[in-house]
Design a protein around this ligand. Sequence first.
Ligand SMILES: Cc1cc2nc3c(=O)[nH]c(=O)nc-3n(C[C@H](O)[C@H](O)[C@H](O)COP(=O)(O)O)c2cc1C
Length: 138
Amino acid sequence: MFNIIYLSTANHLFTDFELAEILSVSRDNNVANELTGMLMYAGGTFMQVLEGEREAVMATYHKILLDDRHRNVIELAAGPLQTRNFPDWSMGFASVNADVLEEFEGYVDPQSQSFLNSEKVNAAIIMLKGFAENNKMN
Ligand SMILES: Cc1cc2nc3c(=O)[nH]c(=O)nc-3n(C[C@H](O)[C@H](O)[C@H](O)COP(=O)(O)O)c2cc1C
């Protein structure tokens, strides 16, 4: 197992509909590629964790790098992983303004007690929590 974590800047402020579009395509592809992870969006910034077999992660990451819906992709961490942090999500999702997206399967309320409640202490979890905290997602 391998994972990669990045930050990027959305090319414009995304609507719920546009986010749902990314999620929908991502989930179909990720199921096929046995990838899991989490995508967070706040005020025009994305943070994503992608995990799976190294080749599958890198192939998808390279597609994502070329996507003109965002820019300034900054790789925060990449490396081997003992076990998946998000085994149940083909792409979990959290957003500041998620009135519509709450209905989406895999939506995580960043305010909830169980948000990223993990006994695992590793880079992906720490960075996602920090991102949520700094953007005061509610
Ligand atoms: C912020 C962001 C996150 C994305 N995450 C994924 C992802 O997890 N998996 C995926 O397949 N595509 C993801 N995409 C979409 C890819 O860039 C690309 O549009 C898509 O994989 C193309 O799918 P296709 O080859 O089936 O047409 C993401 C795009 C953006 C902007």
